[in-house]
Design a protein around this ligand. Sequence first.
Ligand code: PRX
Length: 646
Amino acid sequence: MGEAIYPVPESWASGALVNAAQYQDRYVRSVNDPEEFWREEARRIDWIRPFTRVKNTSFHEADFGIRWFEDGTLNLCANALDRHLAERGDAIAILWEADDPTEPERRITYRELHEQVCRFANLLKQQGVGRGHRVTIYLPMVPEAAVAMLACARIGAIHSIVFAGFSPDALAGRIKDCDSSIVLTADEGLRGGRKVPLKANVDEALNQCPGVTSVIMLRRTGADVPMLAGRDVDWHEGVASQSADCPAEEMGAEDPLFILYTSGSTGKPKGVMHTTGGYAVWASMTHHYVFDYRPGQIYWCAADIGWVTGHSYVVYGPLMNGATTVMFEGVPNWPDPSRFWQVVDKFGVEIFYGAPTALRALMREGDEWVKKTSRSTLRLLGSVGEPINPEAWEWYHKVVGERRCPIVDTWWQTETGGTMITPLPGATALKPGSATLPFFGVQPMLVDNDGKPIEGAGDGCLVITDSWPGQMRGVWGDSERFFQTYFTTFPGLYFTGDGCRRDADGYYWITGRIDDVINVSGHRMGTAEIESALVAHSRVAEAAVVGMPHDIKGQGIYAFVTCNAEVEPDEALRKELVQWVRHEIGPIATPDIIQFTPALPKTRSGKIMRRILRKIGENDVSNLGDTSTLADPSVVDHLLANRPAT
Ligand code: PRX
């Protein structure tokens, strides 16, 4: 598998923003003379006070720090909206498609979006929000979510979006961690015809968050929800009296723009913090080159704003580039598996960016759901979030794109702010399943477990040797954790947590996480988080969670659970625990398999041997490796003999 090569189509080679020779030339310049390269590239942003200093970064403990364009000032919202008004004020900024296909779409021009953002920013100010304050956003995929983000950016507030599929507990944890006093939400969300009780979730979460003094609630479904006098404000009533004039704050390049919580291998999710200037350059530049974006084109990134892809490639990147960005409230397979492609036809989408998990699910439904749509406007396809298996890649290419659309398989992370390893459609020959080559300024390296560099073709841990403008700047509220998490495994290098192979052509093939993070449907889950949810149940003594291969989700969740002594585990308890985890974290953390076991395999010092559990999860049990250090090797035999059918 994976031997096929798709050369750059002739039309792309001649017409694209970047061709192969230009990619080579500019890549070399970007790493040989980053100062000059980024001084030039950063001109794409309107700076209020131009920077004089470009790059001031070190990954080493002695002088650790990451600062880009540090003496420049700007406002990201002004870059996304105000600067387009003169020339493109009447162009569509957001094209919104509702969950229910019979509900009318919304078309919001740059001028209208600007006005909505200014009014909402003034409402935020009236609620006491100012520079540096944290605003928690728990909204479905509606244009108001983008309005909320941009309004925060306009007044210098820091947004923290919590995916609207997370539970009240998960929401409360994130509100408390960044100490925000305001939450933006909706009465209910709508997804695949089902209602999600967002306001009720907020109310439940706020029982744990006495610091929240204000909730602004958007009416999406009109459900009858209780409003707490003095705390809850109706979104539309609140903005009605606001002025449409709201000056954009002058922000320092290194002032925080947003926090986004993501799972790591240990402890609770960490608040990944991005700042303003470098992120603005990175999000707009990657969107421009990776999608070969030209103003006027209809562009659709199908990610939710609750994830980093939604931040950089639904809202900030496209809007900074004056794009028409499609926002979709629904799901790929409702009312039927043609939905994505019907939306493509309805709006004339030219660039479509989605996740492998959705493609695999649609592929299973059969080609006719795709073929009954036209898709004639599509010219470029993208993939993000997890490795795309060559079979799904080929299907995407042949059936969805009818062989005419290049596929940009973009590898990146919440921490990187934007794409890092990716083809450029006019420059890079494609190999199905490979994210191909580094973007400008990105210096990947493979190292072995001891940190020794691997030259040429080989397999190893993926690290990045030098900073790029979109890099995260810190973990909110924990100044040590950033350095500890990313720069100590291999001193002086940024460790991605991913394994990777490089082939003889220098192409990168991400093989997946090599830490205790699993990637379920393109969403990152820390195994530790699911374990702590399980042990919080009164009948559970101990739990260990590993990933398992899953045809649609990429990885599924396999939980080994030991119950308290007096408990006789049965099917009813298994179902209860599944519901429990869904309630504690959210449906994305639903365990696929729960295996009850009287004990977990442990070393004599009491450490769980995860290596063995991972192999059982992967159904790769012919060689479990050395089990002689186990305190009780019979535990493994018991686990193997009692594996549930998958
Ligand atoms: O393991 C990699 C995988 O997703 C992880 C990052 O997850 P998150 O921070 O949630 O960001 C997802 C959206 C960028 C990575 O460490 N990953 C992401 N994109 C790819 C990928 N793995 C393989 N190929 C990709 N294109």
